[in-house]
Design a protein around this ligand. Structure first.
Ligand code: NAD
Length: 228
């Protein structure tokens, strides 16, 4: 019997755009009207933690209202034929809600929170967070999100997964956020490489088969065209 092939899908904010969740590169470095460094960095937190909490309370509420789209569903369906791992930079849970069972979140999850002093233990983020909400040790709670300038603890795992890919599909990421974007440097030589994006990022120059389209129709086209 043939070995089951391992498909690794790397996704970014673009895959959730058709679910109504805004990307930030598409709006001039602003994320839902905020400067990303004000709301997604330790400096932003030090300067104005209330604003940061309000920002993520809004993001959490938007994610709760959003539904997975066809692109998330097509990726979940690949599990019928392949071993599939999704590496996502997204903080939403739309891959899981579409049915993907093996999702690695590189930049954290908006459904969880953690203490500022201990980011390894998470709690459900199931109501708006405010200043004064603390863990059992009195440490302020914050969203379980990897901010710019913070370590990316899942990076080693993401690299190991990438190294075992037979097929690698990128959907909806500008590949501008590091170290996440560097996983593509670890693709094994035999790996088939594909990318779907509304506007293909120009750093992709070697060996990727491209479909320039939005995620839903673009991914459907790609899977059909390459018989995946
Ligand atoms: P990005 O905003 O830097 O880039 C978005 C990419 O998606 C671009 O290449 C753009 O051309 C493409 N795109 C836009 N609409 C698309 C569509 N409908 N179909 C296909 N492609 C489309 O996003 P990034 O590379 O993921 O990096 C941004 C960071 O911001 C991530 O690390 C993530 O943590 C965070 N973020 C997450 C969410 C979310 O969880 N849904 C939303 C916004 C930002």
């Amino acid at each position: 019997m043939d070995k089951i092939q391992h498909i690794v899908v790397l996704t970014g904010a673009g895959i959730s755009a058709e679910s109504g969740l805004q990307t930030f590169r598409d709006s001039d470095g602003l994320w839902e009207g905020y400067n990303v460094y004000d709301v997604a960095s330790p400096m932003g937190w030090a300067k104005n933690p209330e604003m940061v909490l309000n920002f993520y309370n809004e993001r959490r509420n938007s994610v709760l209202k959003a539904k997975p789209n066809k692109a998330h569903e097509l990726i979940a369906n690949l599990e019928k034929k392949y071993a599939v791992t999704v590496i996502t930079q997204n903080i939403d849970d739309l891959h899981e809600r579409a049915g993907s069972t093996n999702v690695l979140h590189l930049h954290g999850e908006i459904t969880k929170c953690c203490a500022v002093d201990n980011k390894t233990k998470t709690y459900p983020y199931n109501k708006d967070l405010k200043m004064g909400d603390v863990d059992a040790y009195g440490s302020q709670l914050r969203p379980f999100i990897v901010w710019f300038g913070e370590d990316v603890p899942m990076m080693g795992k993401a690299v190991a997964i990438t190294m075992s890919a037979d097929i690698f599909i990128i959907v909806g990421t500008s590949l501008q956020v590091y170290p996440a974007a560097s996983v593509i440097d670890y693709l094994p030589p035999h790996c088939q490489k594909y990318i779907v994006d509304k506007k293909i990022p120009n750093i992709i120059d070697t060996g990727f088969s491209e479909v320039e389209d939005v995620a839903t129709t673009g991914l459907a086209t790609l899977l059909k065209k390459y018989n995946l």
